[in-house]
Design a protein around this ligand. Structure first.
Ligand SMILES: Cc1ncc(COP(=O)(O)O)c(C=O)c1O
Length: 379
């Protein structure tokens, strides 16, 4: 199936009890059983829910995986992956990644004896060098949040396979419209479904997609045992979001190209981070493993002061100043004080995330209006 057909029909079966074309919101906590252990496949809604099942089936289809699992948030999905590990295990993680993932790793899991080693994964050699006998997981984000750095998923997966190390890719920024990490050899794909999958800034949710049955069963056990499951209404919203993913992403990509190029030519802008520039690091890899470059763009001003950034951040009218990304509406964000505030300043600067960096989630409004808005704010 081509992408558009796949996104519209993924996991969608008319409801068996009524024929409803849209999966109903099964707002129930439990299911009547004929006799103990004799049921229609649903016992208790933390373990199974038909709306969630339709979404999980859809997640598997859109990421070319065999199994999908939905969680109450993106970080809950990440949390489940780390719970596969044991004290003494090591994780190699991207040094530039979503601040909440870094916080979960350092502030929650380090104290349970899991060691996290942060490297610039855009250079495969850095990952090879960091592998030890204790490495059990490589955690990638590509493109990264917020510096849009690209990692060669297939090359990392090749290194990992030789040593029996799992690879999990946070595919939130690309979405399955642009990139399918399982096809490139990853073991797990993670999403903050809050973003492009939901697409309308009205839901918090996470996802994992897997091919291996054993790994799926372990993750399902964690999902059921730890209980970070999404409600049926939220599952319905993400299912509905997926149906228009291709149309939205196409427009995000078109607007992204226009705005990235416009920013690069602006006299007040020092640097633009967007993987679609031919001279950007790992452009060839981005071009090979992605089907487009998306709508996420970060930039620095020539006046590299927080005050100058703050002026832009508080001046836009169409770009709303807010955390999050991937919705139809454009958002503007200051990673240092918002999404990445949990990373110590020293660490942040070391990884190239400056105080004045501004991140845009380019929505699907008219590109002329977006440029007009930025022009007025940047000057
Ligand atoms: C790349 C990335 N991964 C994970 C998350 C966490 O997802 P959630 O906010 O749904 O828990 C986010 C949130 O911004 C993100 O941008």
């Amino acid at each position: 199936m081509k992408l558009a057909t796949k996104f519209i029909h993924a996991g969608a079966e008319p409801d068996p009890s009524t024929g409803a074309i849209m999966t109903p919101i099964y707002q129930t906590s439990t299911y009547v059983q004929e006799a103990p252990g004799k049921n229609k496949g649903f016992e208790y809604a933390r373990s199974q829910n038909p709306t969630r099942k339709a979404l999980e089936d859809a997640l598997a289809v859109i990421e070319n995986g065999a199994y999908g699992l939905a969680f109450s948030s993106g970080v809950a999905a990440t949390d489940a992956v780390i719970k596969l590990l044991e004290p003494g295990n090591e994780v190699i993680a991207a040094s530039d990644m979503y601040g909440g993932t870094y916080r979960l790793f350092t502030k929650v899991f380090e104290k349970f004896g899991i060691k996290f080693i942060y490297v610039d994964t855009s250079d495969v050699a850095n990952v090879s060098k960091a592998v030890t006998v204790n490495t059990k997981l490589i955690w990638l984000e590509t493109p990264t949040n917020p510096l849009m750095s690209i990692t060669d998923i297939a090359a990392i997966a090749t290194i990992a396979k030789k040593q029996n190390i799992m690879v999990c890719v946070d595919n939130t920024f690309a979405s399955p419209y642009l990139q399918n990490p399982l096809d490139l050899g990853a073991d797990i794909v993670m999403h903050s479904s809050t973003k492009y999958l939901g697409g309308h800034s009205d839901v918090i949710q996470g996802a994992l997609i897997i091919n291996d049955k054993d790994l799926r069963d372990k993750l399902y056990f964690i999902q059921k045992s730890c209980g970070a499951v999404p409600g049926p209404m939220d599952c319905f919203l993400v299912l509905r979001g997926i149906k228009t993913l291709h149309v939205r992403m196409k427009q995000h990509c078109e607007n992204g190209i226009i705005i990235a190029k416009w920013l690069r030519n602006h006299p007040a802008v020092a640097k633009v981070y967007w993987p679609g520039f031919e001279d950007s690091h790992n452009y060839a890899i981005a071009k090979a493993q992605m089907r487009g470059f998306g709508g996420m763009i970060s930039f620095e001003l020539k006046d590299d002061s927080v005050a100058a950034a703050m002026k832009v951040l508080s001046s836009t009218k169409i770009f709303s100043l807010a955390e999050s990304l991937g919705g139809v509406e454009s958002l503007i964000n200051h990673p240092a004080s918002m999404t990445h505030a949990s990373i110590p300043r020293e660490e942040r600067i070391k990884n190239g995330l400056s105080d004045s960096l501004i991140r845009l989630s380019v929505g699907i409004e008219d590109a002329d209006d977006l440029i007009d808005d930025l022009q007025k704010a940047i000057g």
